[in-house]
Design a protein around this ligand. Structure first.
Ligand SMILES: Nc1ncnc2c1ncn2[C@@H]1O[C@H](COP(=O)(O)OP(=O)(O)OP(=O)(O)O)[C@@H](O)[C@H]1O
Ligand SMILES: [Mg+2]
Length: 507
């Protein structure tokens, strides 16, 4: 490839990088070449080693071997986070790293607080936070807001603002878009382009392949800890990119099996909960996947949480197989056949410090315990094997911490624990966020399997191609209400967006 014979033009070059974790060779002789003023997409399946490589570049992990050169400076020995920062490298990590109980400004200045006369200069930090957020086009976020009170999308924007506070010349964005609304993504693209025009080099990691053409100049593709190829983005077709990522061709990105619609399973009547859910009524039938579309903040997640008993209901009724349910907690919902795989897996879906085994087994103890309460290992192992093989979870053993898995594989564990149960209704909130293209197809196959088994599947998704590709019927929400119903086989993105922005006048 004619790209870059001249080493000095690179902002970053990494050669022969190797990294081993206990039981896994995460990186094996990997290379990466990033130029000044370019946005590079770093692509690969879940567990390919993208985050690991970028953690090495930003000093979070140390490499076992290999060379790193940043702006002509060859890194001798281990690189720590402070040195990486001094060399101009900033990273926005894949999993949100916000301190939930601190304010926006405190989070942005975490570890580099401004101090005056021996005290934190909160006023100054607030001022600079507002200034930084304004540069990102965010004018309506008070710096003293507690981060935990913000929706995930907003928290992500705070992370971006935080990374930009240090004068970054190389910015690594590890899946920044997965939690953002469309408007926020556009805003972020504008920022990325602005940074690029200022000469910043950007590594952009994303599983939303459809969005890449907006901002990406070059690609580097990895598979299974190996470097596969690199080049100009426009020199590849999407099929070639996918084939390089997964090592085979994927013909149908959105498989949808058609099943005859059966009897009514779930009915929700006039559900009200907090400010976000104003009045929601709908029905769901055997043999259908019901999609929920809408903008971030429309109340979809809150609706599902209220049905599931994770949030308090202020009114309304949930009827399952003709029987009105009393649900005060998720435990009530699970017992009666309704489960929810939540959107923020780190907060609600997964105990990262527990093993994969425990994550899958704990919510299902009733299924694997003997009458006297001891865990029946054989049943437990069967359950875990089932999850592992039906979802192809990439792990060295079921006994490692769930937090050590790659992002997408963590998401599979969340799904696996609910697969073990014989539920009537399975609700997925953003089930494929951060999941690679091949694993997405696997999750869709699982959704199809559930559907064929007569289970109602509800899916909340902000990715229009996804919700249109796999649902049998779509309800669109706006401002705490259902504003439209469409047939995914004949609808358009425009029609859905029209309903999604139908704000009522009776506020
Ligand atoms: N701290 C760790 N301890 C043990 N193994 C790890 C650790 N971090 C990563 N790994 C392993 O290294 C491999 C590469 O993981 P990495 O997170 O870099 O993948 P990724 O390409 O970022 O995937 P994703 O798209 O899912 O985020 C995986 O097999 C993962 O389980
Ligand atoms: Mg990753």
């Amino acid at each position: 490839m004619e790209r870059g014979q001249n080493m000095s033009e690179y902002a970053v070059s990494m050669e022969h990088i190797t990294k081993t974790f206990p039981g896994v060779k995460a990186l094996d002789d990997v290379q990466l070449h990033l130029r000044t003023g370019e946005v590079m997409a770093l692509l690969g399946e879940n567990g390919a080693g993208k985050s690991t490589l970028m953690k090495i570049l930003s000093g979070v992990y140390t490499r076992d071997s290999g060379d790193i050169t940043i702006f002509g400076h060859k890194v001798e020995g281990d690189l720590n986070t402070k040195q990486a920062q001094e060399l101009g490298v900033a990273i926005i990590h894949q999993e949100l790293n916000m301190c939930q109980h601190l304010t926006v400004a405190n989070n942005m200045f975490l570890g580099r607080e401004i101090v005056k006369g021996g005290r934190l200069d909160t006023a100054e930090m607030n001022r600079q936070a507002v200034e930084q957020l304004a540069k990102l086009g965010i004018h309506d976020l008070a710096p003293d807001t507690i981060v935990g009170d913000l929706p995930v999308g907003r928290q992500q924007m705070v992370e971006i603002a935080k990374a930009l506070l240090v004068n970054a010349k190389v910015l690594v964005m590890d899946e920044p878009s997965s939690a953002l609304s469309n408007a926020e993504i556009e805003e972020m693209f504008r920022i990325v382009k602005e940074l690029r025009s200022q000469g910043c080099a950007i590594v952009y990691i994303s599983h939303r392949l459809q969005e890449l053409h907006h901002i990406v100049d070059s690609v580097t593709i990895m598979r299974d800890g190996h470097y596969i190829t690199e080049g100009k983005f426009t020199d590849f077709t999407m099929e070639q990119i996918i084939a390089n990522m997964v090592g085979r061709e994927i013909t149908n990105q959105f498989p949808r099996d058609t099943v005859e619609r059966g009897k009514k399973v779930l009915e929700v009547r006039h559900l009200k909960a907090g400010r976000a859910v104003k009045d929601v009524s709908f029905e769901a039938y055997e043999g259908e996947v019901l999609g929920f579309s809408g903008l971030v903040g429309a109340g979809r997640t809150e609706t599902m949480r209220a049905i599931f008993g994770a949030d308090l209901k202020d009114g309304g009724e949930v009827i399952l197989d003709g029987k009105s349910l009393t649900i005060h907690s998720p435990a009530d919902a699970i017992k009666q056949g309704i489960v929810l795989a939540p959107e923020d897996r780190k907060k609600d879906g997964l105990c990262t410090k527990l093993s994969i085994r425990d994550n899958i087994a704990l919510p299902n103890l009733d299924l694997i315990c003997s009458q006297i309460g001891t865990v029946l290992r054989k049943k437990e192992n069967t359950m875990i094997e089932k999850g592992k093989s039906s979802l192809t979870i990439k792990m060295s053993s079921a006994d490692v911490e769930a937090g050590s898995l790659s992002g997408g594989n963590q998401q599979k564990v969340v799904v696996a624990k609910w697969l073990a149960r014989n539920s009537r209704v399975v609700i997925f909130d953003e089930p494929t966020r951060g999941i690679d293209v091949a694993a997405k197809v696997e999750i869709y196959q699982i959704i199809n399997q559930l559907k064929k088994a007569g289970i109602v599947v509800i899916i909340v998704s902000s990715e229009l191609p996804e919700v249109m590709g796999i649902s049998d019927r779509i309800l669109v929400m706006c401002n705490g209400r259902i504003t439209g119903e469409v047939d995914p086989r004949s609808t358009t993105e425009q029609e859905i967006m029209t309903y999604a922005t139908q704000f009522g006048s009776n506020e």
